[in-house]
Unconditional design. Structure first.
Length: 237
């Protein structure tokens, strides 16, 4: 992936107008973006895969959700350089904890100096690993079931259904599970023959995940057209 021309990822978000995206950013994001998040966003821009980072326009929405929920125990699947991780750390109580799982510690270490500078590293338990073994290990201990208040997922789309089946058991009734990229650059409604080969597996996976959530009576959810699509699920049973 590191050798892919960034132009390959043109229009990766739902608002397919650069002027409208800039309006949202300049009106509702950048004026109030906390300095640590701004610094980490700038540091991420030099990464060859910067386009996979959580989009900044999702930040204010997630921030409000976290403040309303006031979670003490959260989990994040897919960290990259840590924009969403830092966002969570800044919005949970000082004694709150985040279990953060990613296969690539190198990318996480790009954002780590900013996380340390912001004084929130003590809230983070970073685990370098594929997520499924970690989630399965957590579920081996019955005390972990229903013990998490909030989960944020921004990782490999072909495992979203697998992550959901585990996280729905780990997150408490009334807790939130938030999944990024669930409109997949709009490709979820493209004719199959128009989806580039590289995106076909992800497109099929996201469509299947969205159907799974629609049919899942354990959650109520909103598929918000923010960033690249954000599915906000509240566990009800």
């Amino acid at each position: 992936m590191e050798n892919i021309d960034p132009s390959f990822w043109d229009n990766p978000v739902i608002l397919q107008s650069e002027d409208l995206i800039n309006y949202v950013l300049e009106t509702a994001v950048y004026p109030r973006e906390p300095e640590p998040l701004k610094e980490l966003r700038k540091a991420t821009e030099i990464h060859p895969l910067s386009f996979i980072a959580t989009t900044p326009e999702t930040g204010p929405l997630i921030s409000i959700l976290l403040k309303l929920l006031n979670p003490k125990k959260t989990i994040e699947v897919g960290v990259f350089t840590g924009y969403s991780l830092l966002l969570t750390a800044l919005n949970i109580p000082d004694d709150g904890k985040i279990t953060a799982i990613d296969i690539d510690r190198k990318s996480y270490e790009i954002g780590l100096p900013v996380i340390k500078k912001a004084g929130v590293e003590h809230k983070i338990d970073f685990i370098e690993s594929p997520a499924l073994p970690v989630l399965d290990k957590l579920l081996e201990d019955p005390s972990n079931e229903g013990s998490f208040d909030f989960a944020y997922i921004d990782a490999d789309k072909d495992n979203y259904v697998n992550y959901h089946e585990r996280l729905i058991k780990l997150v408490k009734v009334g807790g939130l599970l938030v999944y990024d990229n669930t409109l997949w650059g709009g490709r979820v409604v493209w004719p199959e023959e128009k989806v580039p080969e590289f995106f076909k597996v992800g497109t099929t996976a996201v469509i299947q995940f969205n159907k799974t959530i629609t049919d899942d009576s354990r959650v109520e959810f909103s598929l918000a057209s923010v960033g690249d699509g954000l599915s906000i699920c509240r566990r009800v049973v």
